[in-house]
Design a protein around this ligand. Structure first.
Ligand code: ADP
Ligand code: ASP
Ligand code: MG
Length: 449
């Protein structure tokens, strides 16, 4: 039988009790041949000493004297090495991306060693594996991507353990270059690690265990009544993650699609409760609107120029500017004489602007929020855009984009009105009984027609 990847996020290992829950979940899944991937312990403080003390106090609560002493030694060595790295960085005024990655990687290295010890304490045959031996990456420190050597390296490291009924335990988020230098995959990257490892092993399922009951109809921090979405297609999940649903790292879905591996998002605090299954589109019916995603802190840039009218090469010149300054563009809308773009990371804006001004008049708006309504139902349900915009007719909406992927309707609002917009849209899409049936009737009529 193919293995199952079980990835536990930071809040799933935030304290001793959370570790106990993880042990119970792994125990319950032993027959599915688990490979465990774990994030750094959550809510890490800014103080190295306090962080390390938390690891030790969890170890003291959960481990017997001998294994606890071994883990405390690991922590002491880590403390010394991290101090050394900080000293090197302080001595050299230039930035040291590889050393930064080396330092942050200790979070995942320690949580995975601690979890392996806790699982063993619970009579599970767990083995710590240094994830850097499996996940081989390029050298884009801070947001590295996997290279093809990852698959054979992962198989070589993990298959012998699985074949002898061991449970490999690896840190997420971290990898190493061909030269053995530590890299990290970017914020929230442990989900991505789990998917990469799952694809390499041809896993049966990739499970993302987190602190909420699956992927919800909206961010629960904004919408208290957000509900679990039972099934999502890969494309819906990818759009949701890309447009801000923090529950999944945006790159998580691709490795799963490549090998057609189902992804399940579950709650480590309520293991038997609701969860979300993410599968290929054909298996993900029924077709309805599934969720509202949002992403704050967006900057929009509008470039207007009469030269654009009927000319070719303008868009290429425009995108070349963003390319040159290594700035990713999320949403694009165009009119005859202007192009609007949204960017998530406006760090390079001061350098970008003079180049853009060569092309036309530039207008920048900050503190915007991208809101995305997502669902396969948008493909062939008439009237959804009308309902959405009539509900928020008093809110200024910009950069409306629909149909680019056929499963999302995206637009921009001012950040100060985002929460209100999301709440109102959630009400019409998911809470108002009449609205729900209107959408369903439309689908039914479409199906009959
Ligand atoms: P982990 O530490 O397990 O990786 P994250 O904090 O990265 O967990 O992601 C889970 C959080 O994502 C949830 O606690 C929730 O606040 C947030 N979130 C945002 N949008 C959604 C959504 N649509 N569904 C579920 N959770 C969401
Ligand atoms: N610890 C890393 C982060 O906080 C990776 C992860 O948790 O997914 O971004
Ligand atoms: Mg996460």
């Amino acid at each position: 039988m193919n293995p199952t990847i079980m990835k536990f996020g930071g809040t799933s290992v935030e304290d001793a009790n959370a570790f106990r829950n993880v042990a119970a979940i792994v125990r319950a899944g032993v027959a599915s041949r688990p490979v465990v991937v774990v994030s750094a312990i959550a809510a890490a403080t800014r103080s190295l000493d306090q962080d390390l003390k938390r690891h030790v106090s969890i170890a003291r609560e959960l481990l017997k004297a001998e294994s606890c002493a071994a883990f405390e030694l690991t922590v002491a060595v880590a403390r010394r090495e991290i101090r050394q790295l900080h000293k090197i960085i302080a001595m050299h005024p230039v930035t040291h991306p590889p050393l930064q990655d080396e330092i942050v990687a200790y979070g995942e290295q320690l949580s995975s060693q601690l979890l392996a010890a806790v699982l063993r304490e619970n009579q599970l045959a767990a083995r710590y594996v240094d994830a850097r031996r499996c996940l081989r990456t390029d050298d884009s420190y801070g947001s590295a991507g996997p290279v093809p050597e990852t698959a054979p390296a992962t198989v070589a490291e993990l298959m012998p353990l699985l074949e002898s009924s061991r449970i490999p335990v690896l840190g997420g988020f971290i990898g190493s270059t061909g030269n053995g230098v530590t890299t990290t995959l970017g914020r929230g990257g442990s989900d991505y690690s789990a998917a990469i490892i799952g694809a390499a092993l041809g896993a049966r399922e990739i499970q993302i265990w987190t602190d909420v009951s699956g992927v919800l109809t909206a961010d629960p921090r904004i919408v208290k009544k957000a509900k679990t979405i039972p099934v999502l297609s890969y494309q819906e999940a990818a759009e949701l993650a890309y447009f801000g649903a923090k529950v999944l790292h945006p790159k998580t879905i691709q490795p799963a699609i490549d090998r057609r591996i189902p992804v399940r998002v579950c709650n480590s605090r309520a293991a038997d409760g609701a969860s979300t299954l993410i599968v290929a589109e054909s298996e993900a019916a029924p077709q309805t609107v599934k969720a509202i995603a949002h992403k704050n802190g967006i900057t929009t840039v509008q470039v207007s120029s009469a030269r654009m009218l009927g000319a070719y090469g303008f868009l290429r010149a425009l995108f070349e500017v963003f390319d040159r300054h290594r700035t990713a563009v999320d949403v694009v809308t165009t009119s005859e004489v202007s192009v609007s773009l949204s960017i998530d990371d406006a760090g390079a804006l001061p350098e970008l602007l003079p180049d853009l001004e060569q092309l036309g008049a530039v207008e920048v708006e900050e503190r915007r929020t991208i809101i995305s309504i997502i669902g396969e139902g948008l493909r062939n349900t008439p009237g959804i855009a009308a309902r959405v915009f009539s509900e928020i007719s008093d809110i200024n909406v910009a950069m409306i984009s629909v149909g680019a992927s056929s499963v999302n309707l995206t637009f921009m609002v001012e950040e100060s009105r985002a929460a209100e917009t999301i709440k109102r849209l959630h009400y019409v899409c998911f809470e108002d009984e009449r609205a729900g049936s209107a959408v369903k009737i439309d689908i039914a009529e479409e199906a009959i027609a």
